[in-house]
Design a protein around this ligand. Structure first.
Ligand SMILES: Nc1ncnc2c1ncn2[C@@H]1O[C@H](COP(=O)(O)OP(=O)(O)OP(=O)(O)O)[C@@H](O)[C@H]1O
Ligand SMILES: [Mg+2]
Length: 262
């Protein structure tokens, strides 16, 4: 109860001060064995803002998102949501915060033995016990319609393409009407038209719900389209953070090379 109250109060504070970061990462460091993956990363997002995190394969973008929701613990530094250090939270408080976070895993991570509809219903069954069965079914249909998957309710994940799995994963991430959205490669594996549709959807969500979003992507066009700011990672550091134009005007060799290859 106390945890819920604390978070509600922090929400209230951050809504009053729209410049307060909702997610704030400070000097985050993480190694696996002798391999240093993140070497002092600092980033933040406020309400209504979308930050795109770019970087080559293996630079630690997925690890960064996993640290933010407490699936990994940092060696040092902090990842805070509503000012609360995720690594230091007891499980019940972490659970309260996670309810406010919609997370799309890089490989969609649908439950193989559940249908598309059951996958999206899953968080509602666990966290929205106030809904009746038919209200839940309606909500599932509405969420799947938002991502253009309303015709595939009874299919199994193995029967749909990777891109379609991503869309179902996105519908599931949105089920609890999150205030924070963490998307790991939402357009990877999608054809340009489907990618464009996902970008439009993210933009609409941002406009309507004013979430704080972090989107990891290889897709520079997608990043330009959906993000207010872009951060490019390399060798465990943020090489540059700014608007797309800032990246274009940068003299840093790595930034020029990254833009040239993308
Ligand atoms: N649990 C883990 N144990 C050991 N090493 C890990 C673990 N998770 C990630 N790594 C390593 O950390 C590095 C960064 O991984 P990460 O998945 O974050 O890269 P990425 O930037 O998301 O790459 P991609 O663009 O290919 O998805 C990789 O070298 C990876 O092998
Ligand atoms: Mg990744």
């Amino acid at each position: 109860m106390a945890a819920t109250y604390d978070i509600a109060m922090k929400n209230k504070d951050s809504q009053e001060d729209s410049s307060a970061p909702i997610v704030a990462v400070k000097e985050l460091r993480k190694s696996f064995g002798s391999r240093m993956v993140l070497n002092g990363i600092s980033l933040s997002v406020t309400r209504g803002e979308t930050l795109a995190v770019l970087g080559r394969s293996g630079t630690g973008k997925s690890v960064l998102l996993r640290l933010i929701i407490g699936l990994e613990t940092p060696d040092s530094g902090s990842a805070c949501i509503y000012g609360q250090d995720i690594a230091g939270l007891a499980l019940d408080r972490l659970g309260e915060i996670r309810k406010k976070v919609g997370f799309l895993f890089q490989h969609a991570a649908l439950y193989d033995s559940l249908t598309v509809a059951e996958n999206v219903a899953f968080p509602l069954e666990h966290h929205r016990r106030d809904l009746s069965g038919s209200e839940r079914d309606d909500k599932v249909k509405q969420l799947l319609a938002e991502v253009g998957m309303e015709g595939d309710l009874q299919k199994m994940p193995s029967e749909i393409s990777g891109g379609m799995q991503k869309r179902v994963g996105l519908a599931r991430a949105l089920a609890l009407e999150p205030e924070i959205l963490l998307l790991d490669e939402p357009t990877a594996g999608l054809d340009p038209i489907s990618s464009g549709e996902i970008n439009d959807l993210i933009l609409t969500l941002q406009r309507e719900r004013q979430m704080a979003s972090i989107v990891v992507t290889h897709d520079l066009l997608s990043a330009r389209t959906i993000a207010n700011s872009l951060a490019l990672l390399d060798q465990g550091k943020v090489v540059i953070e700014g608007k797309f134009e800032d990246l274009q005007q940068s003299d840093i060799g790595f930034v020029k090379e990254f833009l040239r290859q993308s």
